[in-house]
Design a protein around this ligand. Structure first.
Ligand SMILES: NC(=O)c1ccc[n+]([C@@H]2O[C@H](COP(=O)([O-])OP(=O)(O)OC[C@H]3O[C@@H](n4cnc5c(N)ncnc54)[C@H](O)[C@@H]3O)[C@@H](O)[C@H]2O)c1
Length: 333
């Protein structure tokens, strides 16, 4: 079995078999790894297998998995025992967003893995430096921030905590590429990392426009889908400014930045919506109205869209404009 990050077959482990844990396991199996998934209760052992198999079949239907799902699933061990992680080169934790729970699990992982094993958290926003505190070998702990559905998306943020050694970060980036991701590296830890900091800044302003009566939820959504949504898969904000002329943005920044919302509390309509029991399409109650049938339709269409946008994004890798057309078509072939 290969043990270099470029090789795809080193054993890996995943902690937590929730929504993301299962799609992360699916991605790692599809990339060729033997995977051990750790769950809390024995009752979840067979359901987890069934759910992962369903995701693998979905990948096969979409042409993203060439090996038969029933053979791929043979590489999955679901267990309640940490001893089964021995031999893993990477362990990814994806349990509930709670610092103490996560740290407790890392201590248990450290008992069974070697010093060279990477330990990565899929935390959405907890600073990695906090998760490293008190561990025996914090230098190999980093953030592996995935986007749901993890077996389809190309997003990955790799986050260095204060004690992460650059050699481990480099290995993490190489692993991520082997999993079909286009990883970004955060050299210094900051709460929320890249996308969540930018997304929550956007959310704050969106709530401000709605709560102050400037526009409805549907109007805010429509504007963003048709402006930002039109170009964001092709270019990030900096490339977009290059494409559309930088000086105009400087002029607008001077006037607009002082007027943007800078609240530090939860927006009114968000608190009200959560208090009403709304969880979103999962319970057919959200910022929009749903019936159980329409909520299920939205979920299904979102999944279909994830595959469609992935196909489109693959035609436009981040360096697409840096290469002449001839080399682009050669690379594609
Ligand atoms: N859902 C997303 O879109 C998303 C995106 C990026 C990051 N994340 C992060 O991923 C992590 C998991 O999120 P999720 O959406 O999968 O949540 P989830 O609630 O679906 O799953 C959490 C899982 O952790 C398990 N768990 C809890 N304590 C455990 C323990 N001690 N040992 C083993 N398993 C344990 C639970 O049984 C559950 O299955 C969180 O840190 C979250 O912030 C989620």
């Amino acid at each position: 079995m290969k043990s270099d990050p470029g090789g795809k077959r080193v054993p890996v482990g995943v902690l937590g078999m929730g929504l993301m844990g299962r799609s992360i396991v699916t991605c790692l199996l599809a990339a060729g790894h033997p995977v051990t998934g750790i769950t809390t209760t024995a009752s979840k052992l067979t359901t987890t297998r069934r759910q992962v198999l369903a995701l693998l079949k979905e990948l096969e239907r979409e042409g993203l998995l060439k090996t038969s799902p029933s053979r791929v699933i043979d590489r999955l061990t679901v267990s309640t025992s940490y001893a089964d992680l021995a031999g893993a080169e990477v362990v990814i934790e994806s349990v509930i967003e709670n610092v103490e729970t996560k740290k407790d699990l890392y201590r248990r992982v450290e008992e069974v893995v070697t010093r060279r094993c990477l330990i990565g958290s899929n935390t959405s926003a907890i600073p990695v430096s906090l998760l490293q505190e008190g561990l025996k070998h914090p230098e190999r702990v980093l953030g592996f921030h995935w986007a749901e559905p993890a077996h389809i998306t190309r997003f990955m943020e790799i986050i260095c905590g204060k004690q992460t050694k650059p050699t481990f970060a480099k290995r993490a980036v190489e692993f991520a590429r082997g999993w079909g991701k286009e990883p970004s590296l955060l050299k210094r830890d900051i709460r929320g990392f890249i996308t969540n900091r930018c997304f929550y800044a956007l959310l704050r302003e969106a709530f401000h426009l709605v709560d102050s009566g400037y526009a409805t939820i549907a109007d805010v959504d429509r504007s963003l889908r048709n402006d930002l949504g039109y170009w964001i898969t092709f270019a990030g904000p900096f490339r977009f400014m290059d494409l559309t002329g930088i000086p105009a943005y400087e002029a607008v920044t001077k006037d607009l930045f002082p007027e943007l919302d800078n609240r530090t509390s939860v927006p009114k309509s968000m608190a009200k919506t959560v208090k009403s029991g709304a969880r979103g399409v999962s319970n057919a109650k959200g910022f929009y109205r749903y019936t159980p049938e329409s909520a299920a339709r939205w979920e299904k269409l979102f999944l279909k869209f994830s595959y469609d946008i992935r196909k489109l994004a693959m035609q436009y890798p981040e360096d697409v404009g840096d290469r002449p057309a001839r080399s682009r078509s050669r690379k594609k072939a």
